[in-house]
Design a protein. Sequence first.
Length: 202
Amino acid sequence: MGRQRILSGGSGDRRPFSVALCGDFESGGTGGSETLRLLKKRLPGSYTVLPDLTLDHRGHKSQLDYAVVCPGRVYVVECKNVSGQISGSSSGSNLNQTKYRGGQIIEKKTMYNPVLQVEGHARTLRGILEDQKLHAQVTPVVYFANPRAQRRMDFAGRPVFFQQEGGADSLIRYLTSGPPARGGSTSEELIKGIILKNVSKG
């Protein structure tokens, strides 16, 4: 299950900020570690961040960059540390990543659409919680952490944030200002416990 440590909270809420380390959360490179620092510094102390989770639900595994847990709600955050212009269709399987230098294209490749990727992760987590009859809204979010990544497409209203566009502020604002969860509100500790019990051991 990994190790757990308690870090000081931020955003004016002085309760302990919990980060449960469930693997090598630095493996995503600078973008991943910078995103973790952003989350631990600016989210309220009532939030828990679970980084680098591989969840197993009925034999299907999903690798989550971050599960941000608060009472009655979980945000599944997919962090991308890519650069260049990001274009394509929000519903397409792949997006285009194009890099320029001196007005000339120097690299062009495709990447699996992180919107579809994180939506799949959210379905896995939703299934885990539903099996335990827990009421918690699971919301997928994408964050392009590299300041050299540029939005060149419409994500059709999905919560996708780019660091270059002030996305760090927008991401934190989104995570902390969501509408109240519908129905009964399941405690953050209960949600976190169920998630950690379903972390893949292999």
